[in-house]
Design a protein around this ligand. Structure first.
Ligand SMILES: [Zn+2]
Length: 79
């Protein structure tokens, strides 16, 4: 019986932040009511939303979710 073979060459690939499209996307979520700031490519907007939300509701706990894009690419040259 012949076993199936797979060749995994992780060393030939590198994972880097993909800057070809959008930068990181920030969203702040209220830990009390689940309301969120909406997505923004800059952290400042969601941060300001938190302070306004606190002033309006008294909620003080937030969770920041950051989505960053990565891309795997072949490493050039012999190793
Ligand atoms: Zn809230």
């Amino acid at each position: 019986m012949t076993a199936a073979r797979s060749v995994w060459r992780f060393a030939d690939w590198a994972l880097t932040v993909d800057t070809s499209g959008s930068g990181p996307i920030y969203v702040q979520e209220c830990m009390s009511c689940g309301d969120d700031s909406g997505a923004s490519e800059e952290a400042e907007g969601p941060d300001v939303w938190c302070l306004r939300h606190t002033g309006r509701t008294g909620h003080t706990g937030f969770r920041c979710v950051v989505t960053t894009f990565f891309r795997a690419s072949l490493v050039e040259g012999p190793r």
